[in-house]
Design a protein around this ligand. Structure first.
Ligand SMILES: [Zn+2]
Length: 251
């Protein structure tokens, strides 16, 4: 089953007005000290500050709309809905722009802005303004978002997907500099094991964490202008790899 996997970060939501952590002028990131409100080690002493910060962020994200990146993936998923092509999204973003665009098969590796979690019983639920866990009644609750210095549990799912890649599968990395997760190491490993992926990179600029030698197609430009080209690239390569798949089946 041919697979198309998107691995994305803040750069894909920035054109929708969701500022990235580092460059958001006038954004909440400038008004609050991230070391205070996003730091796992300070979760217990700063729990209220952290909850307040993410409430503000939730409010700020509420009215933001998906851009061509999110909408193109939704359209791609619709197009391949009744085929054997699977389109999967792994995102570091906590916003819900993929959901708003109508995308499916989304893993929010670092959590979602609309969810809370209980540190006592690990229950998760949709944010409802309450300050108590609906399951155990405890008050050690927090946004269901991975803080700095905290392991992100969902990376196991990305690792599994990477390990199961087959020849001709397509991986698109967009809007992330690759410094959070060592995806290049997986690309190296796959290559050394003879797995030939089609790899696409789209960022504003090169990153030392994503060496260009690992990519077949590179777009150092805004996600808005790159997206139509990327969709075209995906479709071209898919029609090539479909032949490979059908050859494999007839053997
Ligand atoms: Zn609980």
């Amino acid at each position: 089953m041919p697979k198309i996997v998107f691995y994305t970060g803040a750069g894909v939501s920035a054109p929708s007005g969701i500022p990235t952590y580092r460059d958001g002028k006038d954004s909440l990131w400038q008004k609050y000290n991230a070391e205070e409100v996003c730091n796992y080690e300070k979760l217990n002493i700063n729990r209220n500050k952290i909850r307040n910060f993410y409430s503000l962020l939730r409010n700020e994200m509420k009215d933001k709309e998906p851009n061509i990146h999110h909408k193109s993936i939704a359209a791609l998923q619709q197009e391949f809905k009744n085929s054997n092509v699977e389109v999967e999204i792994f995102t570091q973003n906590i916003d819900l722009l993929y959901e708003k665009a109508g995308c499916e098969n989304i893993t929010h590796i670092h959590g979602r802005i609309d969810e809370c979690k209980c540190d006592d019983c690990l229950e998760k639920w949709k944010y409802n303004g309450e300050n108590k866990c609906p399951k155990c009644g405890g008050s050690f609750i927090r946004p269901n978002i991975t803080l700095f210095g905290e392991p992100a549990e969902k990376y196991y799912k990305l690792k599994r997907t990477l390990n199961w890649f087959q020849n001709g599968d397509i991986l698109i990395i967009q809007g992330t500099y690759g410094n959070v997760f060592p995806i290049s190491r997986y690309l190296e490993f796959l290559k050394s094991n003879g797995i030939r992926l089609v790899t696409v990179l789209n960022n504003l600029e090169p990153s030392p964490y994503l060496p260009e030698k690992h990519f077949d197609y590179i777009y150092f430009e805004n996600v808005i202008t790159a997206m139509p080209k990327i969709i075209q690239t995906i479709k071209q390569n898919l029609s090539n790899s479909k032949q490979e798949y059908s050859i494999q089946i007839t053997k």
